[in-house]
Design a protein around this ligand. Structure first.
Ligand code: SF4
Length: 303
């Protein structure tokens, strides 16, 4: 790790970083809620939902004890409803296994249901200020552009994580990870990185390679843009994910539940004509994911 890079990036973040509510807390529960919401949803949409969710479920005990239907309902507007299920299962595990106190190290956090490599690292860092590295889409992109060889092969996930780990400055993990994440979100963006105003342009391999090739500020290097996969927020209309979302939306409005023919009729009013076998499969998938409960022929949100 270069002290100059860390100093430069953290100074930039202190001056330009957005004032986001989860940057004011070290409560692991609140960090977990924010991280799961942010995984597939834009910051602007998350902020009001974050406050509303915490008003309903202010701590890990409240979330663990809540009816799952209430958690799914509170998730409305965020999409990817399975995150609500994972979040509650994590809360229940923290209460059952740790008396409501989140474990502090990455390995124990990683063992909780619904928590992967990224989220375990983010909680260890943002709640407990551990100097750990983790990769989300934004951090991955910055690491790839700044430190990898622009003329070489794309590093695999393990190599990228190792590269990211080497950059975390001792004792400043919280600031570093917030800063690099912010840089990827607002400056080193996927399609139009703002290299002229980037604090790391003097350190960035990718930028240097483009300058050397006399392509500075010209079209993007194709390598990261092509290879760094970014998920689109909105599902394709008619896709299984879209249909699943519409089913959950309808069940939020129908607490007593609905049978499959009535559900098919409702979906048809939305322009979604789905054959019976396909709808049965989608319903089975939702039940498997814990998002719905099947009571005989009645489909409803889980209690
Ligand atoms: S100089 Fe450009 S490519 Fe390099 S980190 Fe900054 S914004 Fe990203």
């Amino acid at each position: 790790m270069s002290d100059a890079i860390a100093t430069t990036l953290i100074a930039w973040f202190r001056q330009h970083g957005r004032d986001l509510p989860w940057r004011h807390t070290r409560d692991p529960y609140r960090i977990l809620v924010s991280e799961l919401m942010l995984q597939q949803t834009q910051v602007e949409r998350v902020i009001p939902k974050y406050h509303a969710f915490l008003a309903l479920f202010p701590d890990v005990y409240a979330l663990a004890a809540a009816p799952t239907s209430a958690v799914i309902t509170a998730w409305q507007g965020l999409g990817y409803n399975r995150r609500a299920i994972y979040l509650q299962r994590t809360a229940q595990a923290v209460v059952a296994q740790y008396n409501g106190e989140f474990p502090r190290d990455v390995a124990a956090l990683r063992a909780l249901p619904g928590i992967g490599d990224y989220t375990s690292g983010a909680i260890a860092c943002f709640a407990f200020e551990h100097d750990v590295a983790f990769l989300d889409t934004n951090i991955r992109r910055v690491v790839l552009r700044v430190w990898s060889d622009p003329h070489g092969d794309i590093p695999d996930e393990k190599a990228l994580r190792s590269l990211a780990s080497m950059q975390v400055p001792a004792g400043q993990g919280w600031w570093w990870n917030q800063a690099i994440m912010e840089l990827g979100a607002v400056t080193c963006t996927a399609n139009k990185p703002k290299c002229p105003s980037c604090p790391l342009r003097g350190f960035c391999n990718d930028y240097a390679a483009r300058l050397a090739a006399d392509q500075a500020l010209a079209p993007l290097p194709t390598r990261p843009a092509r290879r760094v996969t970014e998920r689109k927020d909105a599902p394709f209309v008619g896709s299984n994910r879209y249909i699943r979302g519409r089913i959950i939306d309808h069940l939020r409005q129908t607490p007593t539940g609905i049978d499959q023919p009535a559900l098919a009729s409702h979906l048809a009013t939305l322009g979604l004509t789905i054959d019976e076998a396909k709808l049965t499969t989608i319903i089975a998938g939702l039940a498997r994911d814990g998002l719905i409960h099947l009571d005989g022929t009645i489909i409803q949100l889980p209690a």
